[in-house]
Design a protein around this ligand. Structure first.
Ligand SMILES: [Zn+2]
Length: 397
């Protein structure tokens, strides 16, 4: 059964597809989003948004309506790189539409999301946005490099305390795993490689630490819904004056994914308490992130991200499911979860703002050379975004 929202969204299918093609054609690696943000701001203005601004970190924010009840829809506008160009069957930045599917870097992660949100919010007004709502569409920067950083800035400095956040990452979901990035550093004493006994090699100290990290991966917490916590060694480096010298320091990088019931502080302590780390006197700390935006503003944080889940009983989730009915004419009872990390680590994980997701495309294609998004998904997402504000306001707390 078609709904009025779907019919209205269908009328904009060609326009939203054109916007997505333009966005794909405008490369936007993390911290290089200026051109894509400018394009989105112009689109929002063209669609008659009430206000369009860039925040100091460079995220674009468009508003429709001016009521006291604030709803935020966010999709990130940066993408990962293309890797080896030879692996791509098509040019990643020359979008093609083949059999109703748009191909190109960012098609589903997350330019399809922002394109559908920009049009979906305009459609929400066309279909009758409740007068007490301010609907904001945020195109956030630097998500691929440090999830949550830019959205946290928006939600603390520009739009504090919205009632709900909707993320446009592919596939509906409302649960995310947290994670931390940790480094373990050992210190030795450098000397000429021809007489290693005069120094102390800190890389050798990492040997037993690595063995214990590998063993730790097998005994981490388990959760029915989210699966097991994991730890993986992702990088080793050492500081050495030359390849003919014993290094001075050695560093191990660890990616620790948290499951339900695990928190970042405890996970960090667990690594610091490993017997081998203690024995060699290794220091354990969180990796820090700091990057200057195209605006010149620098933000940073520890790479520590809380696990989060919005309960199925939460008003945001109930409204999300009701919007599937109101907007798309379907019944959905179950929710899923993203296997990857999203800006939800800030909105729900850190700030506790109920966060849900609904986005076009299949997450399996994110970060791949076959990245794609069906136009039918863009249309459904537009209809869903258009229907959400009225449904959310009408859902009992
Ligand atoms: Zn993404």
């Amino acid at each position: 059964m078609g709904t009025a929202y779907l019919a209205a969204a269908h009328a904009h299918a060609a326009a939203v597809t054109e916007l997505l093609r333009d966005l794909i054609h405008t490369p936007s690696l993390s911290a290089g989003e200026q051109a894509v943000v400018t394009r989105l701001a112009a689109q929002m203005e063209g669609l008659g948004y009430d206000e369009v601004v860039l925040d100091p970190f460079g995220s674009v924010i468009g508003r429709i309506g001016s009521g006291p009840r604030v709803i935020v829809m966010d999709s990130h506008v940066d993408t990962v790189g293309v890797g080896s160009r030879d692996e791509w069957a098509r040019d990643p930045f020359e979008p093609v539409v083949d059999d109703g599917i748009v191909f190109g870097r960012g098609a589903c992660d997350d330019k399809g999301g922002i394109a559908a949100m920009v049009y979906g919010a305009a459609l929400a007004r066309e279909m009758g946005l409740p007068g007490d709502v301010s609907l904001y569409v945020v195109g956030s920067v630097q998500e691929e490099d440090c999830d949550g950083l830019a959205l946290e800035h928006v939600l603390t400095k520009v739009l504090p305390h919205p009632e709900v956040v909707v993320l446009g990452e592919s596939t509906n979901g409302q649960v995310n795993r947290g994670r931390i990035e940790v480094l373990v550093r050992t210190r030795g004493s450098s000397c000429h490689a021809s007489a290693p006994e005069r120094g102390h090699n800190p890389v050798y100290d990492l040997g037993p630490v690595i063995a214990e990290v590998e063993a730790l991966n097998g005994r981490l917490g388990y959760d029915e819904f989210l699966g097991a916590g994991t730890i993986a060694l992702t990088k080793i480096e050492c500081e050495t004056p030359s390849v003919n010298a014993v290094p001075a320091t050695a560093t191990l990088y660890l990616d620790r994914r948290l499951t339900a019931g695990e928190d970042p502080e405890a996970a960090l302590k667990e690594i610091a308490r490993l017997p081998a780390v203690q024995r060699v006197g290794g220091t354990v700390e969180l990796v820090t992130y700091e990057r200057t935006s195209f605006t010149g503003t620098t933000l940073g944080q520890d790479k520590s991200f809380h696990t989060w889940a919005t309960p199925i009983t939460d008003r945001a989730v109930r409204a999300g499911l009701a919007t599937v009915k109101a907007g798309l004419g379907r019944v959905q009872e179950q929710t899923g979860h993203w296997v990857f990390s999203t800006n939800g680590v800030a909105s729900m994980g850190k700030l506790g703002i109920p966060t849900i997701g609904f986005g076009p495309g299949d997450e399996r294609y994110a970060h791949t050379v076959a990245e794609q998004c069906p136009i039918s998904d863009l249309v459904e997402a537009m209809a869903w975004y258009a229907a959400f504000p009225a449904t959310f306001i009408g859902t009992t707390p």
